[in-house]
Design a protein around this ligand. Structure first.
Ligand code: HEM
Length: 344
């Protein structure tokens, strides 16, 4: 991570800002009940760097990395350290027409590499090490499409923060000292109706996204009040713009008409990503939702916290965590009705 950040918080982050790679696998799992499963998970994820080195060393140019995210439900089973202050299950945002669905998931592995075989081998060794301690909920492998475009045909990722702004927007600082150097991670899996999307004119598509398709130049919103995706996902509070770091990946299979975008957003404050989701799904003003959703269905939605590398490495030595205080209801787990918190 950036030097300016490490001077302020001398804690090593996970590779949240790993370079854009040509391949990525997003693995979401749940952890089995029982102390044995929790012990196994603690051991495996605290030693994840060893698996990365073991596999990644065979081709350093492939830049294999893995970021581990921990969900709120499993947090107290894995560590006695305080949970990140903002961590809660994925908040479900239900708009008039579309819903940002909340789905189960205790751990996320964001595996990036320039060679799919390395990501594959890493995942194989990881799941071997877990044995029966975890159940895979979703495994999606994405690829970098030409010009860094998504499957809707637009260049995706342009407005990401760069340089020192990456750490500033993605890493928790002194506001939560116990979890400094970590990052909130939200993932969603979208399935596109490409036939419907391609039935639009290029100009209609461009006004939905807010950028021109060929040269990526930004466009103003229409006078009708309908905001573009770009505008709805721009969060400004008291004159300050709050960014997140995205590393979306297209995925799919033309042979089965499967076309999708796996969204992943890293942020210092969870409310920033949630505010984007609220504006997209509920709309601004309510009702004028993000038209990208008429062609993209969110079938998975999970929230995690990627703790610092130091925190992760020390998990195996953590004193046995206290048992959770009580059973969690399904609604609690899925975040249904949880409005999240933001300053506005
Ligand atoms: C179907 C899924 C999605 C697709 C295909 C998509 C695609 C795009 C594209 C093409 C852009 C314009 C270029 C760029 O700056 O990257 C963009 C911008 C952006 N998107 Fe998305 N996006 C999706 C979902 C989301 C979600 C769920 C969020 C946040 C919760 C989000 C947040 C953003 C942000 C913050 C920007 C930059 C806005 C700015 O110009 O400042 N996107 N997206």
């Amino acid at each position: 991570m950036s030097n300016s950040f490490s001077r302020r918080v001398p804690i090593e982050a996970q590779k949240v800002d790993a370079p854009l790679t040509s391949s990525a696998t997003f693995l979401v799992v749940t952890v089995a009940e029982g102390a044995d499963a929790a012990d196994t998970v603690r051991d495996v994820i605290s030693g994840i760097d060893d698996i990365t080195k073991n596999v990644g060393f065979r081709d350093l140019d492939a830049q294999l990395s893995c970021t581990v995210g921990i969900g709120s439900r499993v947090w107290p089973r894995l560590t006695s350290r305080p949970a990140p202050v903002g961590l809660h299950p994925f908040t479900e945002f239900a708009g008039a027409k579309h819903t940002a669905r909340s789905t189960p998931g205790d751990l996320l592995f964001h595996i990036r590499a320039n060679r799919h075989d390395l990501a594959f081998e890493f995942e194989r060794q990881l799941l071997d090490a877990f044995g029966g301690a975890v159940t895979v909920v979703d495994e999606t492998t994405g690829f970098r499409y030409f010009d860094v475009r998504d499957l809707l045909g637009f260049v995706d990722g342009t407005a990401n923060p760069v340089g020192n702004a990456v750490a500033e927007s993605t890493l928790v600082g002194d506001e939560d000292h116990d979890n400094a150097g970590g990052s909130y991670v939200v993932v969603q899996k979208y399935l596109h109706d490409l036939d419907q999307w391609q039935a639009l004119t290029t100009e209609q598509q461009e006004s939905i996204i807010g950028r021109k398709k060929a040269d990526n130049v930004e466009l103003d919103d229409a006078d009708t009040g309908q905001k573009s995706h770009k505008t709805l996902s721009t969060i400004v509070v008291d004159g300050v713009e709050h960014d997140i770091l995205r590393d979306n990946m297209p995925f799919g299979s033309p042979g089965t008409s499967l076309f999708g975008t796996y969204f992943i957003g890293y942020s210092r404050h969870l409310w920033v990503t949630e505010k984007m989701l609220e504006r997209m799904f509920v709309g601004d003003p309510p009702g004028l939702y993000d038209r990208i959703l008429d062609f993209s269905e969110a079938v998975l939605g999970c929230t995690f916290f990627a703790p610092s590398a130091d925190f992760l490495g020390g998990l195996a030595d953590d004193p046995t965590p206290a048992p959770p205080t009580g059973p969690m209801s399904l609604d609690d787990y899925l975040g249904v009705g949880d409005a999240g918190s933001s300053p506005s």
